[in-house]
Write a protein that binds this ligand. Structure first.
Ligand SMILES: [Zn+2]
Length: 269
């Protein structure tokens, strides 16, 4: 499968009600304050069992609400729940960037912003069904678990750990770009840092590998120490820093790196 599961895109549906275009959104019962009138006139709101999806056109919003509910269950299975998802579907990448208050979102299928997931329609729409679910669970993990004070490999790796955990994708498929490097005799030397994730549209293969390297680090931790320990490490790292959190497992960044490299070779070689 060569479709771009990597960054990135994502939802299931019990519609409780739909606000038709032009309806007085602010009066809608129970609508989160931060999405009232978010997209202006013509905003459409679809509710899933445990999700709210806000867009402009009804079109794919029902499907997105189903997927948002699924993503919420996947995040809750790792981090505890219930998880309530708010997904915003603007009309374009440009509008998505404006909502997220960033310069651009080129190449991203979705972004986490505050308490919500913003879908980038041009890119999200290109993903396979599996890819959409992976991306939504990934971004919702950021919303639920937070990213502050953490190294990028840990928060991106955990988000992909949740994203791929029930995806059914074989590891060599989901990490195809990294697997190709390993088969070529090239192992990553260091856990991926901010520079590796800054490639955005200029080097999509390097960017894909950065996510895969981070994912493999968290996958290693879950497989070796247990999923509960991975979650505890994540929370401890936010509280006391990653060095101290790793030390509680008898690891340093250096020893984790060495064992991660062995794991990458073993899983992808
Ligand atoms: Zn992410």
């Amino acid at each position: 499968m060569s479709e771009p599961v990597s960054r990135r895109v994502a939802v299931g549906c019990l519609l409780l009600f739909v606000v038709p275009a032009g309806a007085p959104i602010p009066e809608s019962p129970g609508l989160p304050a931060d999405v009232r009138g978010l997209l202006g006139d013509g905003q459409v709101v679809v509710r899933g069992r445990n999700s709210v999806v806000v867009g402009r056109r009804r079109g794919s919003l029902d499907d997105l609400a189903r997927r948002a509910d699924l993503a919420g269950r996947r995040v809750a299975a790792v981090f505890g729940g219930p998880v309530r998802a708010v997904v915003v579907v603007p009309a374009s990448a440009e509008e998505a960037a404006g909502l997220a208050r960033v310069g651009r979102v080129d190449g991203l299928a979705a972004v986490a912003d505050g308490g919500r997931v913003i879908v980038v329609p041009e890119y999200f729409g290109r993903l396979s069904s599996v890819g959409k679910d992976v991306v939504l669970a990934h971004e919702l993990t950021h919303v639920v678990a937070g990213t502050e004070r953490l190294p990028v490999w840990l928060y991106e790796g955990v988000a992909d750990y949740v994203g791929y955990r029930e995806s059914g994708l074989p590891v060599k498929v989901a990490a195809a770009e990294l697997a190709a490097e390993v088969r070529g005799g090239r192992l990553p030397r260091e856990l991926p840092g901010p520079a590796a994730f800054a490639a955005d549209g200029r080097d999509p293969v390097r960017l894909a590998r950065a996510y895969q390297e981070a994912w493999m680090a968290c996958r290693f931790l879950a497989h070796r120490f247990g999923e509960g320990t991975l979650v505890r490490l994540y929370r401890d790292a936010r509280a006391v820093g990653v060095d101290q959190a790793l030390a509680a497992l008898g690891l340093s960044v250096a020893t984790l790196t060495a064992r991660w490299r062995d794991y990458v070779r073993e899983q992808l070689g």
